[in-house]
Design a protein around this ligand. Structure first.
Ligand code: ASP
Length: 407
């Protein structure tokens, strides 16, 4: 399975090279490839709503029905949300300082719909989070109200009698499984989608290509610096100050899962190795690791959260769209939700970026820009995702009075 995924990444790399060559040297051929990119983007849009709905409902019900709920659950969620937010803020600060997208001036600003002026104040966002009509929100692809409803819906599933709870939980888990497979199916077509999208972008922007390549490198660097700060400063500080353990010792124990995460590009695929290392090498009890790690692999994605924020801001900059403070806060919030909603599979973060883009009315075509360098960034953010899960398990174990092997 993982071999297959790595193969897909190779296919993507090859498609990229071909797309750049076609777009640059044979721009006339682009009109024959265009449809593949369009179909691919439509495919992604097709899965967004059911995927995030099923993923959030099943995620919330699995938290709510866990045996170790309560204190440990609360600590776990607090750790997940605060480290994800720290990661996003690191990314937001960097992207505002480095401004990797400014000056790219993508050639299709004309097609960009202007940002809705009503986005305005914070209380507007809060009000608009509550759907007036769920079906209407779904039809319009209005993500925030859907997420809001899904969280409440999932929570109240856990509050009803077992005879109702069980079938509903099963149903949403099943739905999530199906949506994951459907998404994976669409992801298989990424090389073709890329061929269509990237060749078109290159042909339209060939005169600015050198400029674009430079900006892409700076964009990648922004993400990489952010991920590095989070992985080697922020998380070790939490280990040192909150968990009171030795970060170096823990990271050594985690070498195998971290390398596996890097090469499989999937935190879910890495999960068995993460559990093994956290339990047997760093000495966290099975009770804590079996609760926190599977949950973490699904909802705690610091690397992805940081990436979502930087990528969305980069796209806004590239299209010359100035995001106000409030809009940047929506980016922070949706990046957090997107990272929670993203599955632990390759390129899930790329699918989820559409959630962030939609929330602040940024052009979805922007995905075509960042898709080009997604492979490397996916490898790195997945590694950070797994690293953060493992640090969370240690931190929570220590807060529960466990000795561990890394103290
Ligand atoms: N590949 C990442 C993971 O499995 C998710 C993502 O695409 O950001 O953790």
């Amino acid at each position: 399975m993982s071999l297959l995924k790595i193969k897909l990444h190779w296919q993507i790399l090859i498609a990229l090279v071909i797309a750049v060559i076609i777009g640059y040297y044979f721009p006339g051929a682009v009109e024959y490839l265009d449809w593949m990119g369009k179909m691919f983007l439509r495919g992604l849009k097709m899965v967004i709503i059911p995927l995030i709905f099923a993923s959030i409902v099943s995620g919330v019900t699995s938290i709510g029905s866990g045996k170790s709920l309560g204190r440990i659950g609360l600590k776990t969620i607090t750790y997940y949300i605060s480290t994800s937010l720290l990661a996003i803020l690191t990314g937001l600060i960097l992207v505002n300082i480095i401004k990797p997208g400014v000056g790219i001036e993508m050639g299709f600003q004309e097609s960009v719909t202007s940002l809705s002026t009503e986005s305005g104040k914070i209380n507007d966002i809060l009000i608009r989070m509550i759907p007036e009509n769920l079906i209407d929100s779904m039809a319009k692809g209005d993500i925030l109200p859907i997420i809001f409803f899904a969280i409440l819906f999932g929570f109240f599933i856990t509050q009803v009698a077992d005879s109702y709870k069980q079938p509903l939980t099963n149903f949403f888990e099943g739905l999530f499984e199906v949506m994951m497979r459907l998404t994976m199916f669409i992801i298989r077509f990424t090389p073709l989608g890329i061929l269509g999208i990237v060749s078109g972008e290159v042909a339209r922007n060939s005169d600015k290509l050198a400029n674009l390549a430079g900006s892409m490198a700076i964009y990648m660097l922004t993400v990489i610096i952010g991920l590095t700060i989070h992985a080697v400063i922020t998380l070790p500080l939490i280990l040192r100050l909150v968990a009171r353990v030795k970060p170096i010792k823990h990271i050594r124990n985690m070498a195998t899962p971290l390398l596996t995460a890097f090469s499989t590009v999937s935190s879910s695929a890495t999960l068995p190795l993460t559990m093994e290392a956290v339990e047997h090498k760093s000495g966290v009890s099975n009770k804590i690791s079996s609760f926190t790690l599977p949950l973490g692999a699904t909802i705690n994605m610091d690397g992805t959260a940081l990436y979502e924020c930087v990528a969305a801001m980069f796209i806004a900059q590239a299209y010359g769209i100035d995001l106000s403070f409030t809009e940047q806060m929506i980016v922070v919030f949706t990046a957090l939700l997107a990272s929670i909603g993203a599955a632990g599979i390759p390129m899930a973060g790329l699918v989820m970026i559409t959630v962030v883009l939609t929330a602040v009315d940024l052009p979805l075509e922007g995905v075509g820009l960042i898709i080009a360098v997604d492979l490397i960034l996916d490898m790195m953010r997945t590694t950070v995702n797994v690293w953060s899960d493992s640090c969370g398990a240690v931190t929570i174990a220590r807060s529960e009075g466990e000795e561990t092997n890394v103290a």
